[in-house]
Ligand binder design. Structure first.
Ligand SMILES: [Zn+2]
Length: 102
């Protein structure tokens, strides 16, 4: 990487270089250990087959702008987000639905 080559040209640069390598190694490890992450708030859009919906997670609760969520408090969009973020947000789908998602 260009930044690493630049940093290696001085003594201070070499220290920064090894510090950066340490950060990159930790970043790799942390990103593999998803249980380290917990989301407090999420705001996203998800493209459904018919429309794009706004999906949110706030104070432990999911929300979605679609009709299914408005009437049933559960929808494919929030379920998809739960699946994507498995282990990083509390599971809210009913148990029989949650087990089917896995
Ligand atoms: Zn929805």
């Amino acid at each position: 990487m260009q930044v690493f080559q630049f940093l290696s040209n001085t003594k201070e640069g070499t220290a920064m270089h090894s510090s950066l390598i340490g950060m990159v190694e930790k970043a790799h490890r942390y990103s593999e250990e998803k249980e380290r992450v917990s989301f407090g708030q999420i705001k996203a859009t998800i493209r459904g087959e018919n429309d794009t919906h706004e999906v949110g997670f706030n104070n432990g609760e999911w929300h979605c702008t679609c009709e299914h969520f408005t009437t049933g408090k559960v929808c494919s969009h929030t379920m998809a987000m739960e699946r994507i973020l498995t282990g990083m947000v509390p599971e809210k789908a009913p148990a029989h639905v949650a087990s089917a998602l896995r």
